[in-house]
Structure formats: structure tokens, C-alpha cells
Design a protein around this ligand. Structure first.
Ligand SMILES: [Zn+2]
Length: 176
């Protein structure tokens, strides 16, 4: 997220400098437009510097993860193979939260506060097609993210292991 903002700001600054240079060539510097652009560029410098400090602070961030096993049934209506039949999986869902550890507790989040229990209550021993039209591992991630968001949680990464060998995962932006 910050990186995109960073690039956008740099691009904006580059454009402004180009435009300012044009004005300088045509009208000379110290005109009204030249001054206006110089102020904008200075403002961008400050913003970019703030963002840089913020990113540096993020170097101290640590990720923590907790997993839960959910026994669920599903079928994939559009699948051409055997997945169109009703069957079950022992899904392993892994939630990852990333933050700078709290100064007092030394924790990103207490492991017991990672909301795996909420997932168990909602999805364990359920038929996933009741929650989604096409419950692929990918769509299950979107469903879990939406549900946890409503409960006030924003994991940075959600992994859904459909089998011991196959998983889907997504990294979420801070404001997603
Ligand atoms: Zn399946």
C-alpha cells in the first residue's frame, strides 16, 4: 500500500518538475505558476519523507499465525471432474497478522485472540455451498475475509489448505 503511494508521489513530483521546467523556459522562474509548482513540490517532499519514516518503522513488524482445521462439505457446480460431486475436506485455514509488537506486552496479538474460534463456530461441519455459490479454496478466502472483517478483524494473510498439498492464499492490503 505504502509502496504504491510512494511511487505515485514520485511520479507526481517528476511531472511537476517537468512542467515547472517548461514554464521556466517560457516565462522564466519566479512567475506565479512557477511559484505555485515549487510550493507543491516542496509539499510533496515533506509527504514523501513522512512516508519514508513510516515505512522504516514498519521494519519492526512481525507476523504471527494460527491455524484451525475445519471439516466441511462442498461441491463445485462448474467443475468438469469429480469435484462437482458432493464431498468433504479437512480444510486447514491459517490466519496471519502483522504488526509491530506492543511495547508492554511484547506481542503482535495474543495467540488466544486470533479469531480461529469464530471460524470454527461458523464453518466447521457445514456445507460450504450454503455460504458461497462456488466454494473453491479461492472463494473461501474471500468469504472468510468478509466474515472476519464484519467481526472487526483484518488478517494480513489468509491461507486455505484444501488438501495437505494444495493451498490458496491471499495477502490483504491494510485497508482492504
Ligand atoms: Zn473439494
Amino acid at each position: 500500500m505504502e509502496l504504491i503511494k510512494f511511487i505515485e508521489m514520485y511520479e507526481k513530483m517528476f511531472d511537476l518538475k517537468e512542467k515547472r521546467h517548461e514554464i521556466e523556459k517560457e516565462q522564466g522562474y519566479c512567475t506565479r505558476d512557477w511559484n505555485k509548482m515549487t510550493n507543491e513540490i516542496l509539499k510533496l517532499y515533506v509527504e514523501i519523507n513522512d512516508l519514508k519514516m513510516k515505512c522504516k518503522k514498519k521494519d519492526n513488524e512481525i507476523s504471527i499465525s494460527k491455524e484451525v482445521i475445519l471439516e466441511c462439505a462442498h461441491k463445485l457446480p462448474n467443475h468438469k471432474g469429480k469435484c462437482k460431486n458432493l464431498h468433504g475436506h479437512s480444510y486447514k485455514v491459517v490466519l496471519t497478522f502483522k504488526a509491530e509488537p506492543d511495547k508492554e506486552t511484547g506481542m503482535v496479538m495474543d495467540f488466544s485472540d486470533v479469531p480461529t474460534k469464530l471460524l470454527e463456530e461458523k464453518y466447521d461441519h457445514q456445507y460450504l455451498n450454503n455460504f458461497m455459490e462456488n466454494p473453491t479454496a479461492e472463494n473461501f478466502i474471500i468469504e472468510i475475509h468478509r466474515f472476519l472483517k464484519k467481526k472487526g478483524y483484518s488478517p494480513n494473510i489468509i491461507e486455505v489448505w484444501e488438501t495437505a498439498k494444495c493451498k490458496a492464499f491471499k495477502t490483504f492490503m491494510e485497508n482492504e
